[in-house]
Design a protein around this ligand. Structure first.
Ligand SMILES: [Zn+2]
Length: 320
């Protein structure tokens, strides 16, 4: 018991405004967060991690003395499995919760078969089975379809849901204007705490198949910034500040990834050129950032994202 409690405490980071980041790691510590938001005795989860995260999410409620019936919302920024793979299993345990999802994502949560097939293709059946677990469908009556600009209540606070295409067509972000913060899912890119140097965050885009769209993604970053947040909470990973700088870098890097794709568009060994090019690009940005670790360590931290990003860029090139 003591060991379990310690392990759970290591997974939780408390932030301002009643927010807890829960480490629901995919392949290494602090690569993926589910966020718990508490207000006036009511609770919401923002993203859930995969189906394998369920014990951690329930243990977090228990450790905070929150009854499962006090959870009003499971907010899934988009249906990719590192964000919503655990939503069905979690919903079964939360009698009063509704699961909020974009109109284009709703059918995938009610019937996950296509999502499972698509993800096995992107990630490989092997990796899929190892890290995603069993996907449970959600009854359609418990799904709340999020229209752009919809507002929901959580305890005393109001949350605005805004559509933000670019990473996925069916992506929405959650704006808490009173607290000047936003939950960005994958729209504001990736910022692993592993890359922090002297408390400064490093950021780069995630261009997962199949809906990467550079123009839409940059417009969505601008839209997030138009609310003038003081913090953005990323699924990968948790709170970032210094948002003016990060938004600029994010948009420059979206353009750089798109340009890389266009440069190698007709190459015979396109996938390989893209992977090498993207790794070198991110590594160069890490040098500018002052990141001290060597190439081997950079490969360990970047290779999976580089691989998935390049697949997404190829899908975009083929669609153009
Ligand atoms: Zn993600």
């Amino acid at each position: 018991m003591a060991a379990r409690m310690t392990a759970l405490a290591d997974k939780l980071t408390e932030h301002r405004a009643g927010i807890t980041a829960i480490d629901v790691m995919l392949t290494r510590l602090r690569d993926t967060a589910a966020h718990l938001v508490l207000d006036g005795g009511r609770a919401a989860f923002v993203d859930t991690g995969t189906a394998l995260s369920l014990p951690t999410l329930l243990a977090t409620l228990e450790s905070k003395g929150i009854d499962r019936s006090a959870v009003d919302w499971v907010l899934t920024t988009h249906v990719h499995l590192d964000h919503a793979g655990g939503a069905g299993a979690l919903m079964r345990e939360l009698p009063n919760a509704r699961c909020a999802v974009h109109p284009r994502g709703a059918r995938h949560l009610v019937d996950p078969s296509k999502l499972i097939a698509g993800s096995r293709e992107v990630f490989g059946a092997d990796r899929y089975d190892r890290i995603y677990g069993e996907i449970v469908p959600i009854e359609s009556s418990r799904v709340f379809v999020v229209e752009d600009g919809a507002r929901i209540r959580l305890g005393g606070r109001e949350l605005e849901m805004i559509h933000t295409p670019g990473h996925a067509l069916h992506h929405y972000c959650i704006v808490d204007q009173a607290n000047a913060l936003t939950f960005s899912g994958d729209t504001f890119g990736l910022s692993y705490r592993d890359f922090d140097v002297d408390g400064r965050a490093f950021i780069f885009p995630t261009t997962t198949p199949v809906h990467f769209d550079p123009d839409a993604l940059c417009a969505s970053v601008d839209r997030l910034m138009s609310y003038q947040p003081r913090s953005i909470f990323l699924t990968h990973y948790a709170e970032v500040t210094e948002l003016e700088r990060l938004a600029c870098e994010m948009k420059e890097r979206v353009r750089a990834f798109a340009d890389l794709g266009l440069r190698h568009r007709e190459a015979r060994d396109r996938a390989d050129k893209l992977r090498r090019g993207m790794f070198a690009m991110i590594s160069g940005w890490l040098d500018e950032h002052g990141f001290p670790r060597d190439e081997g360590e950079r490969h360990r931290l970047l290779d999976e994202d580089v691989d998935i990003n390049c697949q997404g860029i190829e899908v975009w090139l083929d669609r153009k």
